[in-house]
Design a protein around this ligand. Structure first.
Ligand SMILES: Cc1cc2nc3c(=O)[nH]c(=O)nc-3n(C[C@H](O)[C@H](O)[C@H](O)COP(=O)(O)OP(=O)(O)OC[C@H]3O[C@@H](n4cnc5c(N)ncnc54)[C@H](O)[C@@H]3O)c2cc1C
Length: 385
């Protein structure tokens, strides 16, 4: 079926990204996966290429695009090549919307030029060792100093993507005690400088997949955060998260679609090459049926993400729409990628084959950005249940 979401500009951008991946990522990727992070210089290259500035207004050094479709192109091209850009997806797809929507003019002038160039990499820290799905239960506190010039930040975060290398982290913290009548109130976002005294990066966590992105524990001990680094209004973080999570979830849904499409391609290539009992694996009826099922799943996934992408660009993607898209795509991707791995036999289990990485990488998509169970709760609530 002809795809209608992308125009000529998106396709030209796709060619640029594809060439860039072939030249600047593929040759180095095994080493990045081995060491568990991409080098900081690579982020500067992405900055030079204009990847970080796509949606940043021109006055701050960006291209001023308002569409999320360029991000979708990057996600698709990375999956196609079996690589990732480390924590850069968090930088652009998760952190930037907060800076653009809730940052003051002064903050945008101060932060965005370095954001665009890749000199200031960002991460977002919501999850804590004791709480992930139930964000209102967070314990990290930010207490306003007596003279009102700064907050004093104390607490710990975990599973923070890009956390090892981030220069500034959007930290969600309690600026007021929880009110039993409104547990979600009293949480604020501080854009914390990673060089601050008392700010510490703990372990770089060893993960099952997504091996080229650094995931870290962070801790804060009496970190002084100037009031100028409060993002938006005090106590409003939960409504900001509710507003921005649909885009994060669509980004994950896009990844699930793109990884499924890549898995079918890898399996298709493999079964044409591999012979068993003197025949191509592709010649077995089972192989044809399995790949046909997977392809029709990929077609359905594409329809869902494309519709959601249009809705996001039109400002119409609701939290329930995004939850439904994330739930369907990530659960389907798990089945598709598993079947494609099975067609590889033992080679599918070897990390030198891209299908093995896809299998490991996709697992987390049912967990982060909100688990499948949380997505089901959101969809059920929207059904009045
Ligand atoms: C690789 C990776 C990268 C991440 N990156 C970031 C990041 O950059 N920033 C960040 O802030 N966080 C990040 N996270 C955290 C992620 O968003 C959380 O792991 C996720 O939200 C789940 O929280 P939890 O791990 O505390 O699980 P828990 O909330 O403890 O959940 C445990 C189980 O309980 C289930 N459960 C929870 N609530 C309900 C319910 N109401 N009904 C039924 N079942 C329920 C869950 O579905 C799950 O099965 C990342 C996680 C990973 C693994």
């Amino acid at each position: 079926m002809r795809r209608t979401v992308f125009n000529e500009d998106h396709e030209a951008f796709r060619r640029t990204i594809r060439d860039f991946i072939a030249a600047e990522v593929v040759p180095h990727y095994p080493q990045w996966a081995e060491q568990g992070y991409v080098p900081k210089d690579f982020y500067k290259k992405l900055g030079e290429l204009g990847v970080f500035g796509i949606e940043v207004p021109e006055e701050y050094g960006g291209a001023g695009e308002t569409s999320f479709k360029y991000n979708a192109v990057i996600t698709e091209e990375c999956a196609r090549a079996g690589v990732s850009f480390g924590g850069s997806g968090v930088h652009t797809a998760l952190c930037l919307p907060y800076l653009l929507k809730y940052g003051s003019e002064e903050q945008k002038k101060r932060w965005l030029p370095a954001f665009v160039s890749g000199e200031m990499m960002t991460a977002i820290a919501m999850t804590e060792p004791g709480t992930g799905s139930d964000l209102a239960g967070m314990k990290t506190t930010a207490k306003l100093s007596e003279d009102g010039t700064h907050y004093i930040l104390n607490g710990a975060k975990t599973f923070i993507t890009g956390g090892v290398q981030a220069d500034r982290v959007l930290v969600c913290a309690r600026t007021a005690a929880p009110d039993p009548a409104d547990r979600r109130g009293g949480i604020s976002i501080l854009v914390v400088d990673a060089r601050s005294e008392g700010y510490a990066v703990g372990r770089k966590l060893e993960k099952l997949g997504l091996r080229s992105s650094d995931t870290a524990e962070l801790s804060f001990t009496d970190v002084k955060v100037p009031v100028e680094d409060l993002l938006g209004e005090e106590g409003k973080a939960f409504s900001y998260l509710t507003h921005n999570l649909p885009q994060e979830r669509l980004g994950i849904a896009l990844g699930a679609y793109a990884m499924s499409a890549a898995a079918v391609r890898f399996a298709h290539e493999y079964v044409k090459e591999r012979t068993v009992f003197g025949k191509e694996v592709a010649s077995f009826q089972n192989t044809k049926f399995v790949l046909a099922d997977c392809q029709s799943d990929v077609d359905a996934l594409q329809a869902v993400v494309d519709r959601a992408l249009e809705a996001l660009d039109a400002g119409e993607l609701t939290p329930a729409d995004a939850a439904s898209a994330k739930l369907f795509t990530t659960e389907t991707a798990a089945r598709v990628i598993d079947k494609c791995l099975q067609l590889h036999g033992g080679y599918g289990y070897m990390l030198e084959y891209p299908i093995a990485n896809l299998y490991a990488d996709t697992r987390v998509s049912r967990i982060y950005g909100g688990t499948s169970e949380v997505m089901r709760s959101i969809v059920a609530k929207s059904m009045g249940l």
